[in-house]
Design a protein around this ligand. Structure first.
Ligand code: S3P
Length: 174
């Protein structure tokens, strides 16, 4: 499938669990296709003038999700962009509908054990603070799996950047 098979697909967006490597791959794709790059978490931080941890701490998850929905919908309304979406953004039906209408979605898939390893020293994920990381990630994955699997392209991240980019490139012919 190429992105031009459906001319309504005006953006590329990367979905998947936190720690999957969406930002790194997204940035590389934006260079390859000469698309503008956006990261929904970065945009939320700019919008709220606070980092993600402080937003969760000061206002709670519900507030974060409301801002996330607004920010993601605005990003998805742009044209010719690569957008990395926060891991929980697909819980929003509005975001899912918007993606399926106008974006080519790529699910960056990583096994939970590997995510735990990648995230164990990371302090930037409020949902993983003070909890059993593996159980929490498993719980979140269970809730989100069907949304991720609905993506236009599913790529297993083997952390070989060249290989992943070439797999994506062979599926998207812009
Ligand atoms: C979250 C993922 C994070 C960030 C927030 C919540 C989630 O984004 O939006 O910490 O619910 O999975 P990344 O997927 O970019 O880490």
């Amino acid at each position: 499938m190429t992105i031009f098979e459906n001319s309504k697909k005006i953006n590329l967006c990367l979905v998947g669990m936190m720690g999957a490597g969406k930002s790194l791959i997204g940035r590389e794709l934006s260079k390859i296709y000469n698309y503008k790059y956006y990261d929904s978490d970065k945009e939320i931080e700019i919008n709220c003038k606070k980092n993600i941890n402080d937003i969760f701490e000061d206002h709670g998850e519900e507030y974060f999700r409301a801002v996330e929905e607004e920010v993601c919908l605005n990003l998805l309304n742009k044209k010719g962009c690569v957008i990395s979406l926060g891991g929980g953004s697909l819980n929003s039906l509005k975001i899912r509908n918007k993606i399926s209408k106008n974006s080519f979605s790529i699910y960056i898939k990583v096994k939970t054990n590997i995510l735990v390893n990648r995230l164990k020293n990371n302090t930037k994920r409020p949902l993983l603070k003070g909890v059993n990381m593996k159980s929490k990630l498993e719980e979140l994955y269970k809730e989100r799996k069907s949304f991720y699997n609905n993506s236009d392209l599913i790529i297993e991240n083997n952390f070989d950047k060249k290989d992943i980019l070439s797999k994506i490139k062979s599926n998207i012919n812009i």
